[in-house]
Design a protein around this ligand. Structure first.
Ligand SMILES: CC(C)(COP(=O)(O)OP(=O)(O)OC[C@H]1O[C@@H](n2cnc3c(N)ncnc32)[C@H](O)[C@@H]1OP(=O)(O)O)[C@@H](O)C(=O)NCCC(=O)NCCS
Length: 191
C-alpha cells in the first residue's frame, strides 16, 4: 500500500503523524466555532479530539480500510493545524485521486503556513502516493481556502449553486483540482 515518508520538512514547518500528546493543541483550534464553520461537524470536545488523534495516527500509511491520512502541522514544536489527504482508488493500480483539506488555528493565519503545508501535501500526493488528480471542495464564501487552492495552481472546475445541505442550510459548492501533469509543469514543482 502507498506510504508517505514522514516527517515532511518544509522551510518553516514539519508535517508528521498525529500522536498522543497532541490533543490539547489540536483541541485549541478544532474546538472553535469559527474554525469548524466550513468543515463537517461541530466544535470538538477534548475527548472527541482524542478519538481523532487515535484514529488518524497512521504513520503515513493509506489503506483501503483507512483511506484518510491526517498530518499534524508543527511550527517551532507546536501543532498549529492539520492537513488531510483522502485517497480514492486504492483498489485499482492506476486510478488514484486524492481529496485534500486543511484546518489551522486562527492565531497563525495570514502568514502562508496553510499554503506551505498544502504545497507539501500535494507533493506527497503526486510523488509518494502516485495520484493522477488532486481536488478540493469548498464553500466559495471560504475565501481563505479558495485562495490557497489558487496559490497552489488548482483550477476552479465547478461552482454548484445551492448544491450542498450543510449545517442546516443550502450552500454553494466549488470544486478545485490539479492534474499531475499540470503540477509537474507548474510553479509548485521544484524538482
Ligand atoms: C482555510 C484556512 C487554512 C486559510 O488560512 P490562511 O491564513 O488564509 O492561509 P495561509 O496560512 O496560507 O495564509 C495565506 C495568507 O498569508 C499571506 N502570506 C504571508 N506570508 C506568506 C508566505 N510566506 N507564503 C504564502 N502566503 C503568505 C498570503 O498573502 C495570504 O494572505 P491573504 O489571505 O490576504 O491573501 C483557515 O482559514 C482555516 O483553517 N479555516 C478553518 C478551516 C477551514 O475552513 N478549512 C477549509 C475547509 S474547505
Amino acid at each position: 500500500m502507498p506510504r508517505v515518508p514522514l516527517p515532511i520538512a518544509t522551510d518553516r514547518l514539519l508535517l508528521r503523524s498525529l500522536r498522543p500528546g497532541d490533543e490539547p493543541e489540536v483541541h485549541a483550534y478544532r474546538s472553535r466555532a469559527d474554525v469548524v464553520r466550513y468543515i463537517p461537524g461541530e466544535p470538538r470536545t477534548l475527548e472527541q479530539v482524542a478519538d481523532l488523534v487515535a484514529e488518524r495516527a497512521t504513520a503515513g500509511r493509506v489503506e483501503p480500510e483507512s483511506p484518510i491520512m491526517t498530518l499534524a502541522v508543527e511550527r517551532e514544536g507546536h501543532v498549529i493545524g492539520d492537513v488531510l489527504i483522502h485517497l480514492d482508488g486504492l483498489d485499482g493500480h492506476d486510478g488514484r485521486q486524492a481529496e485534500v483539506g486543511w484546518v489551522f488555528h486562527p492565531a497563525v493565519s495570514g502568514q502562508g503556513y496553510a499554503t506551505e503545508a498544502a504545497q507539501a501535501l500535494l507533493r506527497a500526493a503526486f510523488e509518494d502516493l502516485g495520484v493522477h488528480r488532486v481536488w478540493a471542495q469548498l464553500e466559495p464564501d471560504n475565501t481563505g481556502s479558495s485562495r490557497i487552492c489558487e496559490r497552489l495552481g488548482m483550477r476552479q472546475e465547478a461552482l454548484f449553486r445551492n448544491a450542498s445541505w450543510f449545517k442546516g442550510r443550502w450552500t454553494d459548492l466549488a470544486i478545485y483540482a490539479l492534474l499531475e501533469d499540470e503540477w509537474r509543469a507548474g510553479p509548485g514543482h521544484f524538482a
